[in-house]
Design a protein around this ligand. Structure first.
Ligand SMILES: O=C(O)CCC(=O)N[C@@H](CCC(=O)O)C(=O)O
Ligand SMILES: [Zn+2]
Length: 330
């Protein structure tokens, strides 16, 4: 039998009726690339978990990981004791092996009522609806809600695996316990966002009250070329969550950075003044000119600053880099 990913890329998954596996697990394909698993015993459910991948079509290692987890659930070697929703984000971009088709999907979330009409904007709006329904259907006693949106990065990184924790809603705080747990998944650092970027993880954090993270897992490579991306710890960790475990680390190994500034491209004249191939977390000495755009110049005035996601080729209005500085979680 072809895997869920193979069927999805071939255009052969679509909304279907729920069914029950021999081991009692309830399964339903909710849309193209969207599949939900629920345990036989609803009372056993201790967690509602969303794992998304492929929001950028050139970031395939996490898609292969998600496909392995789905296959294990479908053949019964993994038995859920949590409700789990898997989302393969930008299917057409995955088919083409490109980051996006018309617009960056990870800038199309949280846009109601101003939803765009391109393919990524429409898909993002549908995925938002799926998450809202998934979390609302839980019933019973409230359980923790977690969303991991899995990515890989364009450049190399001095810290290979790191997460971005979206800016909390007013009156809320960063989730220290979930940040610490990420260490068990092989994640070494977290960036605490200080601005509301229109990402998938911001959506689930703000509108679904989930503890949400964008997780960067190494370098973006095409399907079949991800041997250099070691996702074993993450795969074990997600398998444990799905099977109802909630491992807690004795102490946190995850170092924290605060996003000090977002560098926003304001016009086509935007220029990066540092190497646009710089690794993520490359240190930026005080006084370094980073970018210019007409009259605007970005110069490092932070102590111990690093650059993350330097990219001058984004659309006007989008971020061309993050300046981050060390901080403490929480
Ligand atoms: O490597 C890059 O420049 C981009 C990698 C990537 O796709 N990162 C995400 C981060 C999302 C967030 O800030 O939560 C993105 O840019 O969408
Ligand atoms: Zn990405």
């Amino acid at each position: 039998m072809n895997s869920f990913l193979a069927e999805t890329l071939a255009g052969r998954t679509a909304i279907a009726l729920p069914y029950c596996q021999a081991n009692g697990t309830h399964v339903q394909v909710l849309d193209e690339g969207v599949i939900r698993f629920e345990p036989r015993e609803p009372d056993a459910r201790g967690l509602d978990l969303v794992v998304s991948c492929g929001v950028h079509g050139n970031e395939t290692a996490p898609v292969e990981l998600v496909d392995r987890l789905i296959s294990a659930l479908l053949c019964g070697t993994l038995r859920p004791r949590a409700r789990v929703l898997f989302v393969i984000g930008n299917i057409e971009a995955l088919r083409r092996g490109v980051r996006f088709v018309a617009e960056d999907m990870n800038r199309q979330f949280c846009r109601v009522p101003d939803v765009g009409d391109g393919p990524e904007a429409r898909r993002a709006a549908m995925l938002e609806m799926q998450l809202v329904r998934f979390f609302a259907q839980a019933g019973g006693e409230p359980v923790p809600r977690i969303h991991y949106d899995l990515h890989t990065a364009i450049h190399g990184s001095l810290i290979e695996k790191f997460a971005i924790h979206p800016q909390p809603a007013p009156g809320k705080e960063f989730d220290r316990a979930e940040i610490a747990r990420l260490g068990l998944a092989g994640v070494s650092a977290v960036l605490l966002q200080s601005a509301a970027a229109p990402t998938f993880s911001l959506f689930s954090s703000r509108y679904c009250q989930a503890s949400a993270f964008t997780v960067e897992l190494g370098r973006a490579m095409p399907f079949g070329q991800n041997q250099g991306v070691d996702l074993e710890a993450l795969e074990d960790y997600l398998g444990a969550l799905i099977e109802g475990e909630r491992p807690s680390p004795a102490s946190s190994d995850v170092v924290a950075y605060r996003v000090s500034r977002e560098i926003i491209k304001q016009s086509p004249a935007f220029r990066l003044l540092i190497d646009d191939q710089a690794d993520n977390f490359t240190p930026l000495p005080h006084g370094t000119p980073i970018a210019e755009d007409g009259e605007t110049r970005w110069v490092v005035d932070e102590h111990d600053a690093r650059i993350v996601f330097p990219n001058p080729d984004v659309a006007v209005g989008q971020r061309a880099g993050l300046i981050v500085v060390p901080t403490t979680p929480g």
